[in-house]
Design a protein around this ligand. Structure first.
Ligand code: NAG
Ligand code: NAG
Length: 215
C-alpha cells in the first residue's frame, strides 16, 4: 500500500504535535523544565517541578519568557526574575535597585500589598518597556505617606479605611507605642487599625508600612 508523501508527513507531524504545540514550551536541556500556557482569567499558567502549576497575572507588556530564556533569574536585560525560597519583596527590590516596591506590586498583583503572595520558584515581572524608575526603591524608615496610598509591603490586616501609613524601621523609635505617640494616636486605636499586630506583644516588622491615620 502506498501513501502519498504528504500523508506520511502529516502522520509524522500529528505524532510530534503534543511536543511542538506552541502554547507549551518544553526544553529538557534546561535545569528546570517549565511550561508556559495562556490560561483563562487573563493569566499565564506556569508549571515547573518546583512550583507546580500556578496562574500568573502581569501586564501584557511584561514579556514572560515564551521561548527558552530560562533560567531567567540571570539578570541583564531580562524582564522577569525567578523568586528564590527566602526572597521577600524588599529583598528583590533591593537586589535590582531599579524599581520601587509599589511598582513591583503593580506588575505582580498576585503578591498582594502585604507581599504574602510572593511564591518561591515562580517568575515575577521586573520591567516593562514604558517604566521609568524614580528613586528611591523605598523611602527611608519613618516616612509617613498619605499621598500614594499604595505603600508596599504593608502589615497584614490593616483597616481598609487607612489614609496614612508610616514605614517601620529598626529600634525603639519604631515600637508600636513610639509610632502611635509620634502620630498623636492612642495605642488602642493604632492596634485596632493594624489588626495583624499582636495586642499583647505588639511587634512591628521593620521594612513594613503600618497605618497611622484613618478617614
Ligand atoms: C481580561 O482583561 C480584559 C482587558 O483588560 C478585561 O476587560 C476582562 O474583564 C479581563 N477578564 C477577566 C476574566 O479578568
Ligand atoms: C533592572 O535590572 C535588571 C538586571 O539588570 C533587569 O533585568 C531589569 O530589566 C531592570 N528593570 C528595570 C525596571 O530597569
Amino acid at each position: 500500500m502506498h501513501f502519498p508523501i504528504s500523508h506520511i508527513a502529516f502522520a509524522g507531524l500529528a505524532f510530534l504535535a503534543p511536543f511542538a504545540e506552541p502554547a507549551y514550551i518544553r526544553d529538557k536541556t534546561l535545569p528546570h523544565m517549565v511550561d508556559f500556557e495562556e490560561a483563562g482569567d487573563n493569566c499565564t499558567e506556569y508549571s515547573s517541578p518546583d512550583a507546580g502549576t500556578v496562574c500568573i497575572h502581569s501586564p501584557s507588556d511584561c514579556s514572560f519568557p515564551i521561548t527558552a530564556q530560562i533560567p531567567f533569574a540571570d539578570p541583564t536585560g531580562s524582564t522577569t526574575y525567578l523568586v528564590k525560597a527566602d526572597d521577600t519583596c524588599n529583598k528583590i527590590a533591593n537586589l535590582f535597585g531599579n524599581f520601587t516596591i509599589s511598582q513591583f506590586y503593580y506588575w505582580n498583583p498576585d503578591v498582594g500589598q502585604t507581599c504574602f503572595g510572593l511564591r518561591a520558584y515562580v517568575p515575577v515581572c521586573i520591567n516593562t518597556p514604558w517604566y521609568k524608575f524614580t528613586p528611591p526603591v523605598q523611602p527611608p524608615a519613618g516616612t509617613v505617606d498619605s499621598s500614594s496610598l499604595n505603600p508596599v509591603p504593608i502589615m497584614p490586616n490593616i483597616t481598609p479605611w487607612c489614609t496614612k501609613y508610616e514605614l517601620v524601621g529598626d529600634g525603639p523609635a519604631y515600637s508600636a507605642s513610639s509610632i502611635s505617640a509620634a502620630n498623636g494616636v492612642t495605642i488602642d486605636a493604632f492596634l485596632n487599625w493594624n489588626a495583624g499586630v499582636s495586642k499583647t506583644n505588639p511587634v512591628l516588622w521593620s521594612g513594613y508600612w503600618v497605618c497611622v491615620s484613618v478617614s
